[in-house]
Design a protein around this ligand. Structure first.
Ligand code: MLT
Length: 327
């Protein structure tokens, strides 16, 4: 065999013997799709876009948000659960779609603990009870009296069964002992537009979505869902202090991938999240919007798995005890 042929044969043999991982290019080699299971312009979308813009920089790839709204987020979460587990389709979703709705649907097309690998917590949002500007109530007490007196015609907006705004409204209505018509949307982004134009009466939504409209005076804030007032709304009492003792709802959001995703991709996505959470510009922008951000060191997959379990353990029995029947 001539010398040139010998060299070619040796190179081919070396290539054949090389482990697959050594030949494959390092993840990620193409843009990553981020499924947000609610409409664009809402709280989940807002948080996802700020975090993934910085995560994409850290990963050297674009992260493209895909809004897959409908059925209280279950359509988008299911799409992410069934995606090829290669790290190129990830999910950014909240505890409504992953924990709360276990109590609200007779069957779900996914198992949030078995079908996903957690990447890390993205942030926790307080909620605000907001009402259309024309609602004749200047505080929570007047609001409660108005809703009680107008049960046949009062309407509240929410983003489908199991959405955060559904949980917030459900607990509120349940504790006020009122039966009010639900107006479902694909997300609280479009719902907020309709509240501003006065098409329904009230909604309990994440602060990150409603703060700009409250500040602009196009809707009114009647109570916050945390046990402490928010620095962004110091004059708005908590719903608990206004008389609904024990009312407390906050909404965490996190990144997940389909089960079976390679560990290398999970580690890199987590590292990118940790970088985003440690970025001062990202932090100040989100903290200003009342988002409670985890410390970067606490945004681990294990912490998110524990958070998911704790929410299932808390909300499933709470909703059952409130007498809410699954659909
Ligand atoms: C959204 O992003 O539209 C909200 O998170 C919907 C909700 O869960 O209320």
């Amino acid at each position: 065999m001539k010398r040139r042929n010998l060299l070619a044969a040796a190179a081919a043999a070396a290539l054949a013997a090389a482990p697959v991982g050594a030949m494959a290019q390092a993840y990620p080699t193409k843009p990553i799709t981020v499924i947000v299971p609610f409409a664009a312009g809402g709280p989940t979308d807002a948080l996802a876009r700020v975090l993934t813009a910085r995560m994409g920089e850290a990963l050297g790839q674009t992260m493209i948000v895909e809004n897959v709204g409908g059925a209280g987020g279950t359509i988008g979460v299911n799409k992410a659960a069934k995606a090829t587990p290669d790290g190129y389709t990830i999910l950014f979703a909240h505890m409504g779609t992953l924990a709360v709705n276990i109590a609200l649907y007779k069957t779900l097309p996914y198992d949030s603990q078995k079908d996903f690998e957690p990447i890390g917590l993205g942030g926790t949002n307080p909620m605000v009870l907001v009402a259309k500007k024309g609602l004749p109530a200047k505080d929570f007490k007047e609001f409660e009296a108005y809703v009680k007196a107008n049960q046949k015609k009062a309407q509240y907006g929410m983003a489908g069964i199991g959405a955060a705004s559904h949980l917030g409204g459900l607990m509120l209505n349940n504790m006020m002992k009122v039966d009010v018509l639900e107006i479902p949307y694909k997300g609280t982004g479009p719902a907020l537009n309709d509240l501003v134009s006065g098409q329904f009466d009230y909604m309990v939504d994440q602060a990150v979505n409603v703060l700009p409209q409250i500040k602009a005076g196009t809707i009114k804030a009647l109570g916050v869902s945390t046990l402490k007032r928010l620095p962004q709304l110091p004059d708005v009492p908590t719903i608990d202090e206004s008389g609904l003792k024990g009312y407390e709802v906050t909404i965490w959001n996190g990144f997940f991938v389909a089960k079976g995703t390679p560990k290398d991709a999970i580690d890199k996505l987590n590292k990118a999240l940790v970088t985003a959470l440690g970025d001062e510009k990202v932090r100040s922008r989100l903290i200003e919007q009342a988002v409670d951000l985890p410390e970067p060191k606490d945004a681990t997959p294990a912490a998110l798995a524990a958070q998911l379990k704790a929410s299932i353990d808390k909300w499933v029995p709470t909703i059952k005890a409130a007498g809410v029947q699954p659909q």
